[in-house]
Every structure is written in C-alpha cells, then in structure tokens.
Design a binder for this molecule. Structure first.
Ligand code: PLP
Length: 360
C-alpha cells in the first residue's frame, strides 16, 4: 500500500442509499454526484449506486458528459442548468435534464426547438441563491408549458437551513413552496425539496423526489448528531502510515511555529499525510488520529506532507497504519476541529492520493 491512500466502500454507499429509501420509501432519488461525487469518484460512485437511484445530479455539463461517456444511461440532471445555447445543444445530444433557474435559460429553451427535455424549474423560496421568485412563477410556468422543447416540468426548491431542525426558515420555505404549487394550480405536478438534512430532519416536507448528497457518503449534516446516530456508514477512509518516531524531552517543541510543547519526555509519531494530501491545515492540536485502533491527539501544526501525533509512551512503530478519518475517526470530528465541514474535506483530497474502490 502507498504511504497515504483513500479507500471507498461501496457497501457503505449502498447501506446509506438504503437509509434514504427507508426514510422516504415513496420518493424517487436524485443522487448528488457533483464535484466528483463529493470527492469519492464520479463514475465509480454512479455505477455503485445502480440499480437503486432514479437519477444522478451533477453541477455542470462536463461532469454529465463524463457519466455518459462511461456508459451511464439513467437520467442525469444539470443542477446549475446550462450556461449558453451551445451547452443547451450539448445537453440535448447527451439526453440531460436541466434545472432552469433564470430567465436567460428559459429564453434559450424557447428559442431552440429540438428534442423535448425534462426541466427542473427552480423556485427561490428564501435561500436567495438561485431560482425564480414566487411572483414570477405563473408566467414562467405557462411559457414552459407552451414550449415544444419541454417534455415534463418538475418544480423544485432548495433549503437553506434544514440542518438546523428548530429553524423557522425551513417551515417558511415549505409554506412558500406549497403556495407556489397552489397558485399554479398544479397539485399533481412532480416536486422536490429535500437535501440530506431535509430527508433526515424534516419528514413533513414531502416531494416526489429527494436529492441526497452528504448522507450518501456517510457524513452528518448536523452539528449535534454524528453519522452513526443517523445510522449512516462512512464511505471514504483516509489512511496513512507512521513514517518516523521521535523521542522528545519535556519542554521541546514539535513542528512549525513551535505550537506544541512536550510536558514530559515522550514519543511522537510522524505521519506521512499533510495538507498537500488534503488533510486540513487548520486542524488544531488535539484533533483525533487513529493509529492501529487507538485514538491519539494531533500535536502541533499540520505541514504539507506530514503531521505529528502525541502517542505518549505507546509502543507505536514505524509503518503502523493510521486512519485520519473514516471508521474510527469520524470525518465530521476532523471537520469540526478544523472549523469546516465534511463536504469540504471530501472535496479537498488531492490528486496525489490514490483511491481504492472496495466492493465490500
Ligand atoms: C440543489 C441541491 N440539492 C441537493 C443537494 C445535496 O445536498 P446535501 O449534500 O446537503 O444532501 C445540493 C448540494 O449542494 C444542492 O445544491
């Protein structure tokens, strides 16, 4: 095995998919595989999710083309829609479904007759990132209905604060969305509201389609609940190995800037993984690191290619296996210590880290 590597468990991925099914048995699943399947490997994850999901969500055209070139045949949705008329033509060639969130995308659709497409019409119910404001919807809806280039319209919105279960904005977004449906008189049209946090914490928010991302990869969208509490299993494990052991004396420092100082004579394990591999530089002393099944605290600053671990007097030796996150160290714990989210840690594993897909 190389010094540092990632292992991706397809069994955990499928377990988490089952969890979505269990929570929303009636809903169709649009699985989010954008950003290289949250850093887990776009094509491998897309294949591992089949059969079992009804559609795949990517952010941009290039990601969708990679899926089609890999032989993925199920519906693929461009979550940001198209950025030009040329992209619209390419979307037709590759049989993609499109989010339409602004007027120019609608204009392009109306200008260019062609194979009818399934459109995910995005309404801005309060997140104020993408989408038509509710008062614009009736006009947009009727234009889309008249367009020959449209096969089906699915009404969708995105929740800004579903990870905060007591936050009233989610209820307001829900009510706004229902009011939109009512004003359009489309009680029977297909709808979609929920990301992972919505699926897990807001059962009252229905919708024909759910759009899980993070939970599929086995991390928690909530600050106060870990993935295991949510019955999710970690899909990515970041491993490395001990490359050297240092014997330090009381009062000596370890690493750049001398941020960590030994209180007694003790041993330090130097692990061959740093921010050049995607381990967060902001992870402070004390962040958990697992070495051969035991948890130890990170000691001092994370360097580009290495980090140091306070192993006290433990009989750890060179070449010992280290888990930076995965089974023994939840990725959410590392992310919280580093002041970020699992989303970002997953996406930031760098190209020099090889990936191994594990079927079991
Ligand atoms: C429109 C949309 N739906 C669903 C998701 C999935 O969110 P999560 O990963 O929190 O489940 C995202 C992710 O950013 C998104 O942009």
């Amino acid at each position: 095995m190389p010094r540092t590597y990632c292992s991706i468990s397809h069994a955990a991925l499928r377990h988490n998919l089952q969890r979505v099914r269990q929570l929303r048995p009636e809903a169709s699943i649009l699985a989010m595989v954008k950003a290289d399947a949250y850093g887990h490997g776009l094509v491998e994850v897309a294949k591992a999710l089949q059969p079992g999901v009804e559609a795949l969500g990517v952010a941009v055209l290039d990601e969708a083309i990679v899926l089609r070139q890999a032989g993925i045949k199920i519906p693929v949705v461009l979550m940001q829609g198209v950025f030009s008329l040329q992209e619209l033509a390419a979307a037709r060639i590759h049989d993609l479904q499109l989010v339409v969130h602004q007027q120019r995308q609608l204009d392009w659709l109306l200008q260019t007759p062609g194979t009818p497409l399934t459109i995910w019409l995005k309404v801005n119910t309060g997140m104020n990132r993408l989408g038509f404001r509710p008062e614009m919807l009736p006009g947009v809806w009727s234009q889309l209905q008249q367009a020959t280039a449209v096969r089906q319209i699915i009404l969708m919105t995105h929740l800004a604060m579903a990870d905060m279960p007591t936050e009233s904005l989610t209820s307001q977004q829900h009510h706004c969305f229902m009011a939109c449906q009512q004003s359009l008189g489309i009680a029977d049209a297909q709808t979609s509201l929920c990301n992972s946090a919505g699926i897990l914490a807001w059962p009252q928010l229905g919708g024909h389609w759910v759009r899980p991302g993070l939970m599929l990869y086995g991390a928690s969208p909530f600050a106060a609940q870990c993935a295991a509490d949510l019955q999710l299993q970690p899909v990515m494990r970041l491993y490395s190995r001990v490359m050297a052991i240092q014997q330090v004396r009381a009062g000596e420092i370890v690493g750049y800037a001398g941020c960590w100082q030994a209180k007694e004579d003790q041993r330090i394990a130097i692990v061959s993984c740093g921010y050049g591999d995607g381990y967060p530089r902001t992870a402070p002393s004390g962040t958990p690191v697992a070495i051969e099944g035991a948890i130890y605290p990170l000691a001092g600053r994370v360097s580009m290619d290495m980090l140091a671990v306070d192993i006290g007097h433990a009989p750890v030796s060179v070449d010992a296996e280290v888990e930076l996150w995965g089974e023994q160290v939840p990725v959410d714990a590392v992310a919280a210590a580093a002041g970020t989210l699992a989303y970002e840690l997953f996406c930031k594993v760098t190209d020099r880290v090889p990936f191994y897909q594990r079927i079991h």
